[in-house]
Write a protein that binds this ligand. Structure first.
Ligand SMILES: *[C@@H]1O[C@H](CO)[C@@H](O)[C@H](O)[C@H]1NC(C)=O
Ligand SMILES: *[C@@H]1O[C@H](CO)[C@@H](O)[C@H](O)[C@H]1NC(C)=O
Length: 505
């Protein structure tokens, strides 16, 4: 492929590098740190009435129903880089706030004190219905954290199910590195399971409360429309839809493929195989799920365990360009002359998920348009792109970069996640994502997520350590005077999969 490589190198005109231009491939190199405008404006769509039939799938047409899915279409704004948010009205009288949609956490938390990076906040003193038993809550992320108190109040969602309901709310009184410049949201809506709620799982998450009080089906679905833009700007607005209570048929094409939720904490799924172009990475399937594989709207990138990430980069470079390593590790942008698009130099990426029939799988595929992401407004004469895949120390994360290709159905009622082709993942008439199935999973281990890949020696060490721990524990128990006083410990999410860690700053 000498010809295509020379074309590639010709096309790969510049890489941006901090300050000074350097010469790597006899072309100028430069880096930009990247700073972007906030998006605004969403599309409107025609109305059609859809109501709940209570079966988990809601496509009937009962005009008295409290859920009209078409009223929820385009209720999100945002982009993969800074997250997608929905407008809510909190307290009595209602105070309007934008709330980030995060399927990788389980607290509903809003700013309740001023902060330099947010324009407004929830003023609890102005809400006649706000109650707080005075319990404190703190969530710590790998980068950033917030602290506040737990309370309850009324909430309604203008473009959500009709009505007002009562939810647990964590009011953020102080934070560090959580609100960042340029974000247009003031709170976070954690849509995962109670197990991730802080300080403990007794704090009923928002969606659980909504399902219980409204009687809507225990299912929501998410379409994020910023395909290929790490950050949208006013000229190029992106939106999306969070459909609460069911599935809106106008948001997808073809059929929905389901994969089991293998454990209800994060939305954990089982990845069986990865392909770069037509090339199977051919790793032990447990590598893909090490130590878990989750679907998280609050994570910007597709994140892969180190070993998998290295194999992907190697496979891409084999079939495509030589880039400086800074491009792959996300510290450099690759830039081409305006009008030149780089996507033809990159392969498709496919993820095979276990089907609900466990001896089968299906695959979701993203085109390079989704993972080679244009960064807007960096330089007047160049179009710059970043690599939308990164390495991870704590599991595979199907983040916004991938989710933007699909309409994703969080069917909690049936403990499964559905993927269908999103009708907004299209650019210039070309679909940016593909789904295919079913494939036999006969050649794959029966369980790719259960086992850890420890060496026998490590097992011995583990058991030895466990025995030592047990002995120490028994000694401690003997020393302790019962009953122990329960300390109000702050929940800690040391997990990098969380949103706050991986968005653009
Ligand atoms: C809420 O109720 C109003 C009036 O009945 C109706 O027009 C609207 O479609 C409903 N919204 C939703 C999301 O169901
Ligand atoms: C599951 O898939 C296998 C292999 O394709 C097939 O033989 C079997 O009939 C399927 N089971 C169900 C319940 O559909």
């Amino acid at each position: 492929m000498a010809h295509s490589i020379s074309v590639s190198i010709w096309a790969f005109v510049f890489i941006l590098n901090i300050g000074v231009s350097k010469c790597y491939f006899s072309v100028p190199l430069k880096i930009y740190t990247g700073r972007y405008n906030v998006s605004s404006a969403v599309d409107v769509t025609p109305l059609r009435r859809v109501a709940s039939d209570g079966s988990g799938l809601s496509l009937a047409s009962d005009p008295s129903g409290i859920v009209n899915f078409l009223d929820m279409v385009n209720n999100l704004e945002g982009d993969s880089g800074r997250g997608y948010y929905i407008e809510m009205s909190i307290g009595t009288p209602g105070q309007k706030l934008n709330i980030l949609v995060d399927t990788g956490s389980s607290n509903f938390a809003v700013a309740a004190a001023p902060h330099p990076y947010i324009t407004h906040y929830f003023n609890t003193a102005l809400s006649s219905t706000y109650r707080s038993p005075g319990r404190t809550v703190a969530v710590k992320y790998t980068q950033g954290n917030w602290e506040g108190e737990l309370g309850i109040d009324r909430v309604s969602i203008p473009q959500g199910p009709n009505g007002t309901f009562i939810i647990n709310i964590a009011v953020i009184l102080s934070s560090e590195g959580f609100f960042l410049p340029g974000v247009n949201w003031q709170g976070i809506l954690g849509l995962a399971y109670p197990m991730l709620a802080r300080p403990d799982s007794s704090v009923e998450p928002f969606f659980n409360s909504m399902v219980r009080q409204f009687g809507i089906p225990d299912i929501f679905s998410l379409q994020m429309c910023g395909a290929g833009l790490s950050a949208s700007n006013t000229a190029d607005p992106a939106g999306g839809s969070l459909i609460m209570g069911g599935i809106e048929p106008t948001l997808y094409r073809g059929s929905i493929w389901y994969t089991p939720i293998i454990e209800e904490w994060y939305y954990q799924v089982e990845v069986l195989r990865l392909e770069v172009g037509d090339q199977n990475l051919d790793l032990d399937c447990r590598e893909y799920n090490m130590d878990k594989a989750i679907v998280d709207s609050g994570t910007t990138l597709l994140r892969l365990p180190f070993k998998v990430f290295n194999a992907v980069v190697e496979a891409i470079t084999r079939s495509s360009l030589e880039f400086s390593s800074g491009f792959w590790d996300g510290t450099k942008l690759a830039c081409w002359m305006k009008g030149e698009t780089p996507w033809r130099f990159f392969p498709k990426l496919s993820i095979y998920l276990r089907a609900t029939n466990s001896s089968q799988s299906f695959r979701i595929t993203i085109l390079p348009q989704l993972y080679i992401q244009q960064i807007k407004d960096v330089d007047g004469s160049l179009d710059c792109y970043r690599f939308g895949v990164s390495s991870s120390a704590n599991g595979l994360v199907i983040g916004a970069t991938v989710m933007e290709g699909f309409y994703v159905v969080f069917d909690r009622a049936q403990k499964r996640l559905g993927f269908a082709l999103s009708n907004c993942a299209v650019s210039g008439g070309v679909a940016l994502s593909e789904i295919a199935g079913s494939f036999s999973a006969a050649d794959v281990a029966a369980n790719c997520s259960g086992g850890t890949l420890k060496e026998p020696l490590l097992w011995v060490i583990s058991y030895t350590l466990m025995a030592i721990c047990a002995v120490i524990l028994i000694i401690l128990l003997l020393l302790l005077v019962l009953p122990c006083r329960r300390r109000d410990h702050s929940g800690e999410i040391t997990d990098e999969s969380s949103l706050v860690r991986h968005r653009i700053k």
